[in-house]
Design a protein around this ligand. Structure first.
Ligand code: 3H9
Length: 654
């Protein structure tokens, strides 16, 4: 700790128990100043003749992990592992009193304590894999000793947190309290008479669970293919089985350090900070309260949006133009809840509670009290104009009016209302109830307060918002169209359908672009382009899609598109013949193409279009494009995104 750094750790002695309170906002990350403050406070507690010590945190959470901003910098003593060994070796029992999100190094610290008490509602875990890392301060050794190998592997490989209740059931915590964590932790500490050596329990071994290791290997191969962190977690569990704990901890640290320096962790850490930056509200903007909401349009998108809102606890009026359309929408929503309950994804009680928050209506007057209305009607400017005129007439003056349009001019929609400052776009991705990405579209007139309110709301419904400006297709569809346009160029120039898809899958995309187009339907893009005012005057422009559309090859919905979906599978010979004849008609000389060329050209297409969008002020920063691609279009997060890839190649890294 330097002299200018505030010591975030305060130690007070209450009834012979040392309370070590840490206050390092926003999330009590275990930075150097926190680690050294804790080490000093613990040493002092020992000298104060106390019978036990309790470590607890102020603010919203117990330590949310190591300080990610310190990764890649030279480590400063005490490193986390050293502090944890000091805690574990303490001659007085140490109790971790947890609330909020004890994660990563935070949970590792708690596991080095002799006892753990958690406030109801606490979510704890080892999410290092989400940053391309593995636990590096004893997590791989202490967690299996507490909860067994299978549960520990599950927690570390998935990176998913577990609830306080579950933690109690598996032995990760000793007690769960409903309220008053500090007082409860103090009382708990006073009951103790000796430290319990958690770290020195015997390590469970794979030999006692014959098929566990092979199941875990199969999982890593299949579910986490190509991910260095998950592979490393499993290898570490395997090779440390027979090592004494000190050596096992060294082995773990080595692997952790290797991962920190690796390309996947760099990309994932970049993603972590980019995600938080993308939806940042304008400074000092007033965040309004959203209590009641409405969705206009009960089609697939509208229903999905309504589900997202009611699942997050918001009451929703779902409006349709007539009773039949409304019934169909409500039926779709009921079907969704039946599926998720049957599949075990949601409890029946939670589904019933969510469904109870939804009211169907055909009357705009029912929307009078809504704080936010999201229009998700047919993609036609005239239809949307009519809706916005009605909304402006019936909704209270303070209500925000949002459109879920994918392409249309939201400035124009704002202008027909009496409140253009409160009009914006909320562009959900399909399926809206599952996809995290949300483009928040700010028009030229949207106020800072309206934007900040929409961004806060987006977070509350569990979405990942990215703020963009108004242009045809905004940032996501605009760059995706550029990608798709280049796919068509490649097909015309000689690349095969399966070859393009295989190259992109091999690169890491969740699906190849031709298969995606078949899934969404070739007609969707054709219709959108036909409605486009300034269609580029280029005969190649989506010539392949037009040819397939004219021949009735619409994709999965028609049984054939780029691929066949009937008895015969694989690329459609008819589609290939149409591509060949279109290329011939355009006088294009076809040539063989390799995977590197395909990947390189497709990435450049995205990057170039993104450059234009940034230059026009539609997108603020390159990382926003990466967030869009990784969360909207299946770009692998561990590769950082298309713009991140470009920054690597300009540095000569790839
Ligand atoms: C680890 O622990 C390795 C160890 O095994 C071994 C070490 C040797 N560090 O997300 P929010 C910032 S790896 C630094 O918006 P929420 C974040 O950038 C770590 N900063 O809040 C943001 O800053 P800003 C394992 C961090 O309430 C602010 O805090 N731990 C860290 O929606 C608020 O964050 C993790 O992976 C950090 N560790 O969610 C946990 N965490 O305001 C990562 C957050 O300037 N964190 N910040 O944008 C999270 O999952 C969420 O932040 C959390 C709160 C759930 C805690």
């Amino acid at each position: 700790m330097t002299e200018t750094e505030r010591n975030p750790v305060v130690c007070e002695v209450v009834d012979q128990v040392a309370l070590l309170r840490v206050d390092a906002p926003p999330v009590n990350a275990l930075s150097h100043v926190v680690r050294s403050g804790l080490a000093d406070a613990l040493a002092k507690a020992h000298g104060a003749g106390v019978t036990a010590a309790v470590i607890l945190c102020e603010g919203r959470t117990f330590f949310a992990g190591a300080d990610i901003r310190e990764f890649g910098k030279p480590p400063k003593s005490p490193v986390l592992g050293e502090l944890l060994q000091q805690i574990e070796a303490s001659t007085i029992p140490v109790v971790a009193a947890m609330h909020g999100n004890p994660l990563g190094g935070g949970l590792e610290l708690a596991m080095a304590c002799h006892y753990r008490i958690a406030l109801q509602g606490t979510q704890m875990g080892l999410p290092e894999v989400n940053l391309g890392l593995m636990p590096g301060a004893g997590g791989t050794q202490r967690l299996p000793r507490l909860v067994g190998l299978e549960e520990a592997a599950q927690i570390m490989l998935s990176g998913q947190p577990v609830s306080a209740q579950h933690a109690l059931e598996i032995g990760l915590v000793d007690r769960v309290c409903e309220t008053e964590l500090p007082a409860q932790a103090l009382a708990f500490a006073q009951e103790l008479d000796a430290p319990r050596p958690t770290g020195l329990r015997a390590m469970p071994v794979f030999d006692d669970q014959p098929d566990l290791l092979s199941r875990l290997h199969a999982m890593v191969q299949k579910k986490y293919r190509g991910l260095a962190a998950q592979a490393s977690v499993l290898e570490c569990l395997e090779v440390t089985q027979s090592l004494p704990i000190d050596e096992a901890l060294k082995e773990e640290r080595q692997r952790f350090l290797q991962l920190v320096q690796g390309p996947q962790s760099s990309a994932l850490r970049y993603q972590f900070f980019a995600e938080r930056q993308a939806g940042r509200a304008p400074q000092d903007a007033h965040v309004g309260e959203i209590r009641s909401t409405a969705v206009v349009g009960a089609g697939t998108m509208g229903s999905g949006i309504a589900i997202s809102l009611i699942d997050a606890g918001f009451p929703v009026h779902l409006l349709e133009i007539d009773g039949d359309a409304l019934r169909r929408g409500l039926q779709r929503i009921d079907d969704h809840y039946r599926r998720v309950v049957d599949g075990g994804y949601q409890t029946a009680a939670a589904a019933t509670a969510a469904r109870g928050r939804l009211t169907g209506t055909t009357r705009y007057t029912d929307l009078a009290d809504s704080d936010l209305v999201i229009e998700a009607a047919f993609e036609d400017l005239e239809v949307k104009r009519t809706i916005f005129t009605a909304l402006d007439e019936h909704c209270k003056a303070s209500a925000l009016l949002a459109s879920n349009t994918s392409y249309l001019d939201i400035d124009a929609l704002g202008r027909i209302t009496s409140r253009p400052t409160q009009v914006l776009g909320l562009h959900f991705f399909s399926p809206a109830e599952r996809m995290k990405l949300l483009e928040v579209i700010r028009t030229g007139a949207t106020s800072d307060a309206a934007l900040a309110t929409a961004l806060a709301f987006a977070r509350k419904i569990g979405k990942l918002p990215v703020t963009v400006g108004v242009c045809y297709g905004f940032a996501a569809n605009r760059t995706y169209a550029a990608y798709n346009r280049e796919v068509q160029n490649l097909l015309l120039e000689g690349a095969g359908i399966e070859q393009v898809d295989a190259a992109m899958r091999e690169f890491g995309m969740a699906m190849g672009p031709c298969a995606v187009t078949d899934l969404t339907g070739i007609d969707i893009g054709v219709m959108a382009r036909r409605a486009q005012a300034n269609r580029p005057d280029d005969p190649r422009y989506f010539a392949v899609s037009d040819a397939l559309y004219n021949a009735g090859l619409l994709g999965r919905k028609s049984g054939e598109g780029f691929y066949c979906y009937g008895n015969t599978r694989g690329a459609s010979t008819q589609a290939q013949a149409l591509i060949d004849s279109t290329a011939q008609g355009l006088g294009i000389t076809r040539r063989a193409m390799d995977a590197d060329t395909i990947v390189g050209r497709l990435l450049r297409a995205i990057q170039n279009e993104a450059e234009h969008a940034i230059a026009e002020g539609i997108v603020e920063r390159e990382s926003d494009i990466d967030i869009i691609w990784c969360n909207g279009y299946g770009f692998p997060r561990h590769l950082g995104g298309p713009m991140y890839q470009r920054s690597l190649s300009s540095e000569g890294v790839t």
